[in-house]
Write a protein that binds this ligand. Structure first.
Ligand code: FMN
Length: 174
């Protein structure tokens, strides 16, 4: 048996979860107007298409905010900055008011909650929702966006928050 054969394993949920710990992802918070207002931390945000503009995120069908996102016409997606780990934790904590202080936010266009101080945000019109297994893929068309001129994203890697650091002109994981 070669070394490669040695490390091949049939895929299952635990092994896939272990493999995905190696993937570094930008931490985002998805928000939607209610009532009630909802928001949740998500690393599943990604771009899908430029013509037309389409982005996506995946949401657990069992999450408390899914019934609101399932009906929402618009959603907000915020890319967090290093230093916003507490905000990420708040929007991943069950049974609390995620929009209560110290969370700072305002009501944006279409009633979508816009969080203060993020690296970037998009206001998107939901165009489709596809149930896939225990999650839904939400497809949405960005209508408005804002991003900082500079800065780096908050990342999630190996089950921890992380960020990029500048070293000798190149970026390295910190
Ligand atoms: C770093 C991180 C990334 C997450 N990414 C997602 C995601 O992409 N989709 C999702 O449905 N939940 C994701 N979650 C989980 C939700 O944020 C969390 O389960 C949810 O807000 C709490 O569940 P509840 O709303 O049912 O109380 C993530 C959590 C963390 C900490």
């Amino acid at each position: 048996m070669t070394e490669t054969d040695d490390i091949q394993q049939p895929a299952d949920a635990d092994r896939l979860r272990a493999l995905l710990r190696h993937q570094a992802s930008t931490v985002t918070v998805v928000t939607a107007p209610g009532p009630p207002l909802v928001g949740f931390t998500a690393t599943s945000f990604t771009s899908v298409s430029l013509r037309p503009l389409i982005v996506s995120f995946c949401q657990n069908l069992a999450s408390s905010s899914w019934p609101v996102v399932a009906r929402a016409r618009h959603v907000g997606v915020h890319l967090l900055r290093p230093g916003q780990q507490e905000l990420a934790r708040t929007f991943a904590t069950s049974g609390i008011d995620r929009f209560a202080a110290p969370t700072r936010w305002r009501t944006g266009p279409k009633g979508v909650p816009i969080l203060d101080g993020t690296l970037a945000w998009l206001l998107c019109r939901v165009v489709d929702r596809l149930a896939v297994g225990d999650h839904a893929i939400v497809l949405a068309e960005p209508e408005l966006l804002w991003h900082a001129d500079a800065g780096t994203p908050l990342l999630y890697h190996q089950g921890r928050y992380a960020h990029l650091a500048e070293h000798a002109g190149r970026r390295v994981a910190a």
